[in-house]
Write a protein that binds this ligand. Structure first.
Ligand SMILES: Cc1ncc(COP(=O)(O)O)c(C=O)c1O
Length: 470
């Protein structure tokens, strides 16, 4: 049933108490009907003031991603504290989430290692000073040169398939320490849209293969073992992580009983979700840490398998909430729907188009304005799914307005691409003292044309690009 509240503008704030009430679900605001959620929508905060942002914009043209160093550091400390009980707990930051050496360096200073999945990510970890077994290499469909680089760095290699044992042996040799990625398949009920159902996921070894793989490695003389899984992604239910730990502890017990292996570590993967929507809650890390401790005590310690290092490879929860895509409105368009066109596009942030993901949007200077307009917020790609938001309730937006798209710190810039010749944006780091550092410059046309052999097409693309860039 529709229940309306008629509100003259000035009284909006005193009606905040009705946000959770079922008495009213529509509001008539200055003659327009808007949803209660829109009227009372909780805000997301920004790490900079308007005047700080203004001076950043004078120096750096939009679009750009900016990361808040102070909050990233605080956040990773929270994760490490939640597992301070665990023997030699390790967070291997998932480089794929924010593959920038400046970010990796500051995380290294906080004590994290790196989870790498490719040659480039291994090189980035190395550039950030992350070395040896502080790197875990979890790849799939891996080329030989990537295994070679991982071995050269002394990284822990985590094999994705039983057939990779022979491949690794042929190209690199058998390492001192080995890990396998377990895919529980139908043994695990559930799954989520990003990672999918385990039995439909291409990753990891089946349970019988896991036993065979460790037996083979024992026969090849390996003495040091770890085990890995990654079965959830962007999950907000804290119990899921406890369930994963229980599943892995049970498997470790079975492997110990059958093969006599005492594992050095278990890596429970990444997948800790973040509250992209204002009404969502962050995962209670303290709860997760303590519940996993209970399972550890009951299953690992009680069976004489202590110490077993617990490892995670979170990406999103470390940097995700502390990155912001700052962009300017270029155009407004009113046809069958109302559109706001930005200077950023899906090439700068693919998640909404790829997964239909929600990213909160703040219109700078209009934080207190009523959300009484409905827009599709678009980029300029020739793809109709190049939309950051669809039917989003926002304040009135004008060309020239600056928008901040929230929670872009992980799997944001990282997933960028160059379709339509769009150039990837700069990345900035907001330092704890308020200064801003350019940690990746924006691409230029020259970068875009750098892989073309201009001599064969008779065009001076590089020269044209140079002129454009000036
Ligand atoms: C193997 C592996 N580890 C870790 C991660 C990081 O996941 P998240 O950023 O959700 O924590 C991913 C994400 O794709 C992954 O594939």
């Amino acid at each position: 049933m529709e229940r309306y509240l008629v509100l003259p503008g000035p009284f909006v704030s005193i009606c905040g108490g009705l946000r959770d009430s079922n008495l009213v679900n529509r509001c008539l605001f200055f003659g327009k009907i808007i949803s209660r959620e829109a009227l009372f929508m909780a805000r997301k905060t920004l790490p900079f003031t308007h005047s700080q942002l203004e001076s950043i914009l004078q120096k750096y043209p939009t679009p750009f991603h900016i990361y808040d160093e102070h909050s990233i550091r605080q956040n990773v400390r929270k994760l490490l504290a939640a597992f301070s009980w665990a023997p030699s707990f390790k967070e291997y930051f998932a480089v794929k989430a924010t593959p920038n050496p400046s970010i990796l360096k500051l995380l290294r200073e906080e004590g994290t290692g790196a989870d790498c999945s490719s040659l480039a990510e291994l090189v980035l970890a190395e550039a950030a000073g992350i070395k040896g077994e502080n790197i875990m290499f979890t790849s799939n469909d891996t080329p030989a040169e990537e295994f070679k680089k991982a071995a050269e760095l002394g990284a822990i290699i985590n094999l994705d398939d039983i057939s990779h044992i022979a491949y690794l042996e042929k190209h690199v040799g058998i390492p001192d320490i080995i890990s396998f990625r377990y895919n529980p398949g139908p043994l695990l009920k559930g799954g989520n849209t990003i990672i999918g159902y385990p039995e439909e996921a291409k990753y990891g070894l089946t349970k019988p293969q896991v036993f065979e793989a460790y037996r083979t490695m024992q026969q090849k003389g390996v003495k040091r073992f770890g085990i890995h899984t990654m079965v959830i992604s962007n999950e907000l239910n804290p119990q899921s992580f406890v369930d994963t730990a229980n599943m892995m502890f049970d498997l470790i017990l079975e492997l110990h009983k059958e093969l006599g292996i005492t594992f050095e570590f278990v890596n429970l993967g990444g997948g800790i979700g973040i509250p992209y929507r204002t009404e969502q809650e962050a995962v209670d890390l303290e709860f997760v840490g303590q519940e996993i401790k209970k399972a550890y005590d009951a299953k690992i310690a009680a069976n004489g398998l202590h110490p077993l290092r617990i490892a995670l490879e979170s990406g999103r929860m470390i940097t995700g909430p502390y990155g912001y895509l700052v962009t300017t409105v270029l155009h407004k368009k009113e046809i069958y729907k109302n559109y706001v066109g930005l200077d950023a596009c899906m090439a700068n942030l693919m998640r909404p188009a790829l997964y239909g993901s929600y990213h909160h949007i703040t219109v700078i200077g209009k934080e207190n304005a009523p959300l009484d307009h409905i827009y599709d917020v678009t980029g300029s790609l020739c793809e109709n799914n190049d939309k950051f938001a669809i039917d989003r309730e926002l304040p009135v937006i004008d060309a020239g307005d600056v928008l901040v798209i929230h929670d872009t710190g992980a799997h944001g810039h990282a997933m960028g691409f160059n379709y339509n010749g769009k150039l990837r944006s700069a990345e900035l780091l907001l330092k704890p003292d308020g200064k801003v550092e350019l940690i990746r410059r924006a691409e230029t046309l020259e970068d875009y044309f750098a892989t073309l052999d201009v001599s064969t097409c008779g065009l001076s693309l590089a020269a044209a690009a140079k002129t454009e860039d000036q």
